[in-house]
Design a protein around this ligand. Structure first.
Ligand code: ADP
Ligand code: ZN
Ligand code: MG
Length: 481
């Protein structure tokens, strides 16, 4: 890649976390029976009139603020026309010439460099319905079913400037965007439920060139990993074309996840193909600057600020703070636990290590963890009091995840309390010393390392319950070293 520069711009759709749809009162609840959440407005029956959901505007403004955008006091809803069965009106209500938010940016940490990715616009629009094909795919299906429950749910479309310079950077951008939208409680950004979707535009140009090359748009990207893989494939495909002296055709390409390739879907439509015009059923949208300011004041602490506060307040490394604030839920989890045990280092080690490990193993997020922050605090108190060793505590946590029992209960039920009582330890030590004359002789002759072996044997005999520091001390006393 010495000679080519990669240029990428993303168009991301995020479903808004409103209870009702953007132009009618139907519920947005996911997973209901097909076509049970529809009305004349979202079905697009003739004569039905849309009415804008104030909360949807508020969330779109929040998104704009979180992405450092200018919030335009005056914006306009437009009809975007295209024909597809899941769009019953044959137009989508969107924004075109005058969007709600423009000219923002997102900062990314790539390696040790901060990269600023421009946000061209954030606009408000509505979802289409969903086609369910009876068969493998649309081409082989005997018939398709239509579910309009999703039709009319509020969406924001976020369009970046072509500022992204590698497939990896595209993935990092999406992770950051998801983090921001989740923190601001604008969208839950669940790619698997389709509440976050992304199309990627990519072109190459000779290094140092100041004009852009011809781009392709890639669709059907169903995960962040798919975005990166599809873009990596596309870099190679376009490079091969350009180096063979051929031209890249401007078109829309489809990502095939199983084959790992993109293929041509259709030639790219132009804005003119959509016959945009202002929707005569909706007033232009005017947002009061004072309202925007009150939304700004209500914005929660955003990820970068929270990360920096974690470094300051809890004396954590930047790395630890970055991980702990990677999602709002995890950061809340950490802070709630610190409030109970008041040892940020201990809590951060456990949350970043064992807790994350078991969450991952059970396919859970911090918010849905069966081990709540106060439960973890219960376990860490036992560690602080030396009632259980670190090693035993790890097993106890595993058991807590599996059974939902408290740390205290598990420790009592299984008799895991650490043995610090001298007489009990001394009996075990005597047994171990007698059984291991070789290592004992080593220790006596000055090989301090052999003590570790003896401590290990006592730990084994006690089934991990002996207090290792105590055992170490007692062995030294006994052998007089
Ligand atoms: P179009 O007119 O094809 O819709 P836009 O200018 O609206 O194109 O941009 C759509 C998306 O494509 C944006 O995210 C933008 O950053 C990106 N983009 C525009 N030009 C290029 C290019 N030459 N290479 C890669 N991405 C591009
Ligand atoms: Zn409706
Ligand atoms: Mg465009």
């Amino acid at each position: 890649m010495a000679d080519w520069e990669v240029v990428i711009g993303l168009e991301v759709h995020a479903e808004l976390l409103t209870k009702s749809k953007v132009f009618c009162g139907c519920s947005t609840e996911f997973g209901a029976d097909p076509n049970s959440q529809v009305c004349p407005i979202c079905l697009g029956l003739p004569g039905a009139l849309p009415l804008l959901n104030r909360r949807a505007v508020e969330l779109a403004v929040k998104a704009g603020l979180a992405l450092n955008c200018r919030i335009n006091q005056f914006s306009v809803f437009a009809r975007k026309h295209y024909f597809y069965p899941d769009l019953s009106k044959a137009y989508q209500i969107s924004q075109h010439e005058l969007p709600l938010c423009s000219a923002g940016y997102v900062e990314l940490l790539v390696g040790d460099k901060v990269r600023r990715i421009g946000i061209n616009r954030v606009h408000l629009e509505e979802e289409a319905g969903k086609s369910v094909h009876a068969g493998e795919d649309i081409m082989s299906a005997a018939y398709s079913l239509l579910d309009y429950n999703r039709a009319g749910i509020g969406l924001i479309e976020i369009v970046t400037e072509p500022d992204i310079r590698s497939p990896e950077e595209a993935r990092l951008f999406l992770e950051k965007l998801r983090q921001l939208l989740q923190y601001a409680e604008v969208s839950d950004c669940k790619m698997e439920e389709g509440s976050l979707r992304c199309d990627a535009n990519i072109s190459l140009r000779p290094k140092g060139s100041s004009t852009y090359g011809v781009k392709c748009e890639i669709k059907n990207l169903n995960s962040f990993r798919a975005v990166q893989r599809a873009l990596e494939f596309e870099v190679e495909r376009q490079k091969a074309l350009l180096e063979a002296g051929e031209l890249v055709v401007q078109e829309t390409r489809h990502w095939d996840e199983t084959q790992g390739v993109t293929f041509s879907m259709r030639s790219k439509e132009e804005a003119a193909d959509y016959r945009y015009f202002p929707d005569p059923n909706l007033y232009p949208l005017e947002v009061e600057p004072s309202w925007v300011e009150s939304i700004r004041e209500e914005l929660p602490e955003l990820p970068d600020a929270r990360r920096n506060r974690f470094v300051e307040q809890y004396d954590l490394s930047l790395y630890a703070a970055e991980i702990l604030t990677s999602s709002r839920d995890l950061a809340d989890y950490f802070e709630e636990c610190v409030e109970e045990v008041n040892d940020p280092k201990l809590v951060s080690n456990w949350v970043m290590g064992e807790v994350q490990r078991w969450l991952k193993a059970h396919g859970l997020e911090a918010a849905s963890s069966p081990v709540r922050p106060k439960d973890l605090a219960g376990l860490l108190r036992l560690v602080q009091e030396n009632a259980v060793s670190n090693l035993v505590a790890k097993d106890v946590l595993e058991e807590m995840f599996a059974t939902g029992k408290s740390a205290e209960t598990i420790v009592e039920e299984k008799g895991l309390r650490q043995i610090s009582d001298d007489s009990a330890l001394e009996a075990m030590i005597a047994e171990v010393l007698e059984a291991n004359p070789g290592p004992v002789a080593d220790v006596k002759s000055g090989k301090a390392k052999a003590i570790g072996f003896l401590v290990g044997q006592v730990m084994k005999l006690s089934q991990g319950k002996a207090n290792p520091q105590k055992v170490n001390e007692l062995i030294r006393q006994k052998l007089q070293v």
